[in-house]
Design a protein around this ligand. Structure first.
Ligand SMILES: N[C@@H](CCC(=O)N[C@@H](CS)C(=O)NCC(=O)O)C(=O)O
Length: 220
């Protein structure tokens, strides 16, 4: 039977969280690597809003939000309870954190990354705005190994790809900043087998005319 199709872009943090959800739930998809400057028409036909990730299921339905792709995969199989079904009191907290990441932190991250394109304020100003979320994470990670408990949940996997980008803007600053728990948490996720597996490089679909089976069984 054919697999669902995932349009993905390796370096996009939203696509990373979708691939993590797929990988950690043991699902398989046909991965089509794209570049944002040259989006395949087939992807735009399925999802005119033109962002990655996009998942097209075998019945033709389209899942075009990264969190929904994570939830689609984990609803099928969630051995580590990343969706917090066995810890329902934490579900709302996880959802709120992801929302803060996506709605408040991400716009500051973009300005911090591309401060030269936003000359009204300094790079340092944009970084400070982003730091209020980093401080919130630091507080949580002082209490637990992961954001909401000692085991990771959907919030950890949905958020760390964005913190990785934040850390990468000025690595020396981040490595010396007063966020030891965020540094520890981020390093452990970046060094994990799951992250290594989802960051494998693929030729782009348009150039190679090839999609690649992607999923748990391909974990190295
Ligand atoms: N809310 C969307 C956001 C996805 C998104 O913005 N992805 C970026 C790449 S990181 C994108 O595709 N941007 C379109 C473009 O740059 O043309 C989701 O969660 O999936």
């Amino acid at each position: 039977m054919s697999l669902p199709t995932l349009y993905s872009f390796r370096r996009c943090p939203y696509a990373m969280r979708a691939r993590l959800g797929i990988m950690l739930s043991g699902q398989s998809v046909d991965l089509r690597e794209i570049i944002l400057k040259h989006k395949p028409q087939a992807m735009l036909d399925a999802s005119p809003k033109g962002t990655v990730p996009v998942l097209i299921l075998q019945d033709g339905s389209v899942v075009e939000e990264s969190i929904e792709i994570m939830c689609w995969a984990l609803a099928k199989n969630d051995p580590s309870d990343l969706l917090l079904q066995r810890r329902p009191a934490l579900q709302e907290v996880a959802q709120a954190l992801i929302q803060t990441n996506d709605d408040s932190f991400k716009p500051w991250l973009d300005k911090y990354k591309y401060a030269d394109r936003h000359p009204d304020m300094s790079e340092q100003y944009y970084r400070q705005q982003g730091e209020s979320f980093i401080s919130q994470l630091e507080n949580l990670l002082t209490k637990n190994q992961q954001l909401l408990a000692d085991k990771p949940c959907i919030a950890d996997y949905a958020i760390f790809p964005f913190i990785r980008q934040f850390a990468g803007v000025d690595k020396t600053w981040f490595d010396n900043a007063a966020y030891p728990n965020v540094q520890r948490w981020l390093t452990s996720h970046i060094q994990s087998d799951a992250f290594t597996a989802i960051m494998q490089k693929y030729p782009t679909w348009l150039e190679s005319n090839q999609s690649f089976e992607f999923g748990e069984q391909h974990k190295s």
